[in-house]
Ligand binder design. Structure first.
Ligand code: AR6
Length: 173
């Protein structure tokens, strides 16, 4: 059986096969959940990201694409890095936000991941409202086949975000 759920919590302490990072195109860290994941993972995560940049994405990871690295000290096997659209930079197309989720799931399927946890991609520095972030995220995940993935969990850092995701998930049931 495949499940999708949401909790109010901290992604850096979530146990899952893969944790998704709301990164930026540099893949070299930043603030928000990206900074928190890098801090908790230790230097191995940054080293792995530098290698990905050098070998696969010398110009940076494009918006909406996703790439995996080992997870360092995090309670996961993999970190799947994706880049949400930055509303403050004029990237206001919801489809680009949806594709950050579906490309992350595609990478997870290819890795044989059974459990995966997402933050609310784009709902911080990149300026998406909780309501839109939740609606786009839940629709993107719910309509993806997610082959082999038993559980998708949204880990939301504050109560309004949790409430928005819970409301969207309740509509699926
Ligand atoms: N666990 C779960 N969610 C968290 C955590 C955490 N530990 N910390 C923050 N959040 P953001 P974006 C939530 O800004 O909008 C970074 O600098 C936060 O409350 O992390 O996609 C990157 O390097 C918010 O709801 O990501 C990029 O430059 C959500 O995570 C840029 O921010 C996403 O907020 C990406 O911006």
């Amino acid at each position: 059986m495949q499940t999708i759920d949401a909790i109010h919590g901290d992604l850096t302490t979530e146990h899952a096969d893969a944790l998704v990072n709301a990164a930026n195109s540099t893949l070299l860290g930043g603030g928000g959940v990206d900074g928190a994941l890098h801090a908790a993972a230790g230097g191995a995560l940054l080293a792995a990201c530098r290698q990905v940049r050098a070998e696969q994405y010398p110009a940076g990871l494009p918006v909406g694409e996703a790439v995996a690295t080992p997870a360092g000290l995090l309670p996961a096997k993999w970190v799947i890095h994706t880049v949400g659209p930055n509303r403050h930079a004029g990237q206001t197309d919801e489809a680009l936000l949806a594709v950050a989720y579906t490309n992350s799931l595609q990478v997870a399927v290819e890795l044989g991941v059974g459990t995966i946890a997402f933050p609310a991609i784009g709902a911080g520095v990149y300026g998406w409202s909780a309501e839109t972030a939740a609606r786009v995220a839940v629709a993107a995940v719910a309509t993806h086949p997610r082959t082999g993935i038993e559980r998708v969990r949204f880990v939301l850092f504050n109560q309004p975000l949790y409430d928005a995701f819970a409301a969207e998930l309740s509509r699926l049931r």
